[in-house]
Design a protein around this ligand. Structure first.
Ligand code: GSH
Length: 208
């Protein structure tokens, strides 16, 4: 299987999850600006949506949408994946809670960060509506983590943590201090110290 990614983009969550499972996979870097992959291939032929991540399976099937890919990885991308419990069992109530987290990270946090990557980003000030929205979305996870839980779902690391880490970590390159969200800041530190996270970030050239 092959993960199409862009360094530090939301595809990092899928990359971390793959490394958590010990799955055998290849990486292909995508320049979403030019639409070309590092081998010179037209990325639109892999994923007509044009964005990362995409996961191409050995039978040629291409999976898209980070939240779906993460659950695929948790459910069985490697033989030992189900044992690792990176997602609660499909059909369980907890699985729905995981999907709530994945969807919240995708549609509320991830997309609230997006305007800050634009060539003319909004002001990082509480008076700015885009920034105020991001603050509100991060306030929610700060509150959730304030009960002392280690991970979004409690004591067990899941693929939702890989995704929340990936997007919350964007605060650093964007110059948005996480000091006002101390529980989230500690969460980001915790996930960044995991061997799979470090290995994925090293492979993407984000850390030494
Ligand atoms: N709905 C998609 C969104 C993925 C997405 O926003 N990918 C960004 C990187 S974080 C991207 O490739 N942007 C380039 C583009 O949209 O052309 C998902 O959840 O996987």
């Amino acid at each position: 299987m092959k993960l199409y990614y862009a360094p530090g983009a939301c595809s990092l969550a899928s990359h971390i999850a793959l490394r958590e499972t010990g799955a055998d996979f290849d990486l292909e870097k995508v320049d979403t600006g030019t639409g070309k992959t590092e081998t010179g291939a037209a990325y639109a032929e892999v994923n007509p949506k044009g964005y990362v991540p995409a996961l191409k399976l050995d039978d040629g099937t291409v999976l898209t949408e980070g939240a779906a890919i993460l659950q695929f990885i948790a459910d069985g991308a490697a033989a030992n994946a189900p044992k690792l419990r990176l997602a609660p069992a499909a059909g369980s109530r907890d699985r729905v809670h995981l999907q709530e987290h994945l969807n919240y990270v995708a549609s509320e946090i991830h997309k609230s960060f997006s305007p800050f990557f634009a060539s003319e980003p909004p002001a990082k000030s509480d008076d700015d509506p885009a920034f105020a929205k991001l603050v509100k979305r991060l306030d929610y996870v700060e509150d959730l983590l304030s009960d002392g839980r280690t991970y979004l779902m409690g004591d067990e690391f899941t693929v939702a943590d890989a995704y929340l880490f990936t997007v919350a970590n964007w605060a650093h390159p964007l110059g948005i201090g996480l000091d006002r969200w101390p529980n989230l800041a500690a969460f980001v530190e915790r996930i960044s110290a995991r061997p799979a996270t470090r290995a994925a970030m090293q492979a993407e050239g984000l850390i030494q």
